[in-house]
Design a protein around this ligand. Structure first.
Ligand SMILES: [Zn+2]
Ligand SMILES: [Zn+2]
Length: 339
């Protein structure tokens, strides 16, 4: 089979490898599409260390070709999507239903080889059926959506609460749709690229604010009634926007850190957190239950992923797909590689 290999920072090659065989409890899948996200780009650029060569990718779909011993939930021909955070199911966090925080968690494409190959094996516990008529490229966006669904389950927006989504990348735009679905009003979308603000509008945001030409904190506070919003979702991942998100949160409100940054968060005013009784929360990956809910949200048509898929590349052009995703951030949401 062919696979994509990361052989060092920004060094992508397509190479031949031996076909894998499924172990007990695993399915062998013909992988069809992998979407790229910020996590992949951090690995690609060398910011996140991995051992080389590493097969990248964790947002993927495919068709089951063969099932290993003990697999009862899948049959050859099933179309599937994967939860790529491999956990042990036996540590305390796994037992308590927080398997996204498993003590020995391994992400495909980071600690172990990922999905950018023609064949791969997956535990059936991390495999989910999708409809046969769902495009594989679109199905690959179910995994990032599941991380947003998990985050939403933590922040738990109540109908009529005001909600801000700060940052309109792929997952930010998913949060716009999920906040509407939860009954938030108004949903305030804050972004920089005009075309992404337009998409937020299409996805039902009630108020659109461009952070390019206005002070987003002042604009959000004004739009949300003067003292901020009940819920603010930070979907950028920078200390500056985390500060903005806190400043947009109404006294008694909740700020959800969804964006990821390795930078320290200096300058937090603890007295302000106390005086305003703010709740800060953070969300990592997803759980099996929230992945299952996500598949249902998409197959029932409640979430529209199609406008988030910007471009598709063939596996032979994987190097160009990575380059474009890193360098043309303002022009792409999700890039997908077809296997
Ligand atoms: Zn991802
Ligand atoms: Zn565990």
């Amino acid at each position: 089979m062919r696979q994509v290999e990361l052989r060092g920072p920004r060094d992508i090659k397509v190479a031949e490898a031996a076909d894998p065989t499924p172990s007990v409890g695993e399915v062998l899948v013909e992988a069809k599409a992998t979407a790229l996200c910020g996590t992949d780009i951090h690995i690609y650029a060398g910011d996140t260390p991995v051992s080389y060569p590493r097969v990248p990718g964790h947002e993927a779909t495919g068709v089951v070709r063969e099932v290993g011993e003990g697999v009862d939930a899948f049959a050859p021909g099933d179309h599937v999507v994967f939860n790529p955070n491999l956990n042990c199911w036996s540590c305390e966090r796994c037992i308590l239903g927080k398997e996204n925080l498993c003590e020995s968690i391994q992400l495909l494409g980071r600690e172990v080889d990922g999905t950018m190959s023609q064949l791969l094996t997956m535990p059936q516990t991390h495999t989910f059926r999708i409809p046969d008529d769902m495009a594989f490229g679109l199905g690959a966006l179910i995994q990032p959506l599941s991380t947003a669904v998990h985050a939403q389950s933590l922040v738990d927006i109540k109908p009529s609460e005001s909600a801000v989504v700060l940052g309109l990348g792929g997952t930010g735009l998913m949060h716009v749709q999920l906040s509407k679905l939860a009954g938030a009003y108004p949903v305030i979308a804050v972004g920089r690229s005009p075309w992404k603000l337009e998409l937020a509008d299409k996805f039902g945001a009630d108020i659109i604010i461009s952070a390019r030409d206005k002070d987003p904190v002042a604009e959000v506070r004004r739009a949300a009634g003067g003292d901020g919003a009940n819920v603010v979702i930070e979907a950028v991942g920078s200390p500056e926007t985390m500060h903005q998100a806190l400043a947009m949160t109404k006294p008694g409100g909740r700020m959800l850190g969804f964006g990821i940054t390795p930078l320290p968060w200096d300058g937090i005013q603890l007295l302000q957190l106390y005086l305003n009784q703010l709740t800060m929360m953070f969300s990592r990956a997803t759980t099996r239950a929230n992945f299952f809910r996500t598949v249902n949200l998409v197959t029932s048509g409640q979430i529209d992923l199609a406008p988030l898929l910007t471009r598709e590349y063939d596996m032979a052009d994987a190097a160009e797909a990575f380059r474009a995703t890193e360098e043309e951030q303002s022009q792409v949401l999700r890039v997908v590689i077809r296997h």
